[in-house]
Design a protein around this ligand. Structure first.
Ligand code: SF4
Length: 184
């Protein structure tokens, strides 16, 4: 399936631009869907909440990341993507996983977390399959975690400090994974 021409789900009727993932590195950040600004420009995480996330990544020196979304087209009114839309779009995410081969995946927000976190192995293990479509089995350990969606901090500024603390903890965990011999 060529993503630039994808019309697999009804979001193709209302989108302006398909928003493909961007960046590189062995960390993959997964949001739920593009918002208004992303839809206009075709670039992920460039709206107000995306800028919060990018600033946090920069503060934590986590610039080498690949960022993408569960679905690549904006749901009207920024509603959550439906199960059907997520399922239709999963082959694109599978392609991204196989091309980038991340060993750390961070779900941004509840919707993305719900779809990829394996409740039985919340930190380490296999990425959740949805209707057996997504099957990502890297040969190395896969670490999966999740953080608040930065949009929540737009509505509740107190969450910004929670998000910052989460990112700080996550960065420490990532550094421990990258440098296992320094773990005390
Ligand atoms: S959301 Fe995904 S499956 Fe649906 S039209 Fe866009 S690219 Fe295709």
């Amino acid at each position: 399936m060529i993503i630039k021409e994808c019309k697999e789900c009804k979001l193709s009727n209302t989108r302006n631009k398909i928003v493909c993932g961007e960046g590189k590195g062995n960390i993959l950040l997964l949001g739920e869907a593009p918002g208004k600004a992303e839809d206009m420009l075709g670039t992920p995480f460039i709206g107000k909440s995306g800028m919060i996330l990018r600033k946090l990544l920069s503060l934590m020196s986590l610039e080498e990341v690949y960022i993408t979304n569960l679905v690549k087209c904006r749901p009207p009114g920024n509603r959550n993507p439906t199960e059907e839309e997520v399922d239709k779009c999963l082959p694109h995410l599978s392609n991204e996983l196989h091309i980038n081969k991340p060993n750390i995946i961070i779900a941004v927000g509840r919707v993305a977390a719900t779809h990829i976190l394996d409740k039985n192995q919340p930190k380490r293990g296999v990425l959740l399959k949805v209707n057996n479509v997504l099957d990502y089995s890297p040969s190395f350990n896969l670490y999966v975690s999740h953080i608040y969606h930065p949009a929540a901090a737009l509505y509740n500024p107190q969450l910004l400090s929670v998000l910052e603390a989460d990112m700080r903890n996550l960065t420490k965990e990532i550094n421990d994974i990258r440098n296992p011999h320094t773990i005390s």
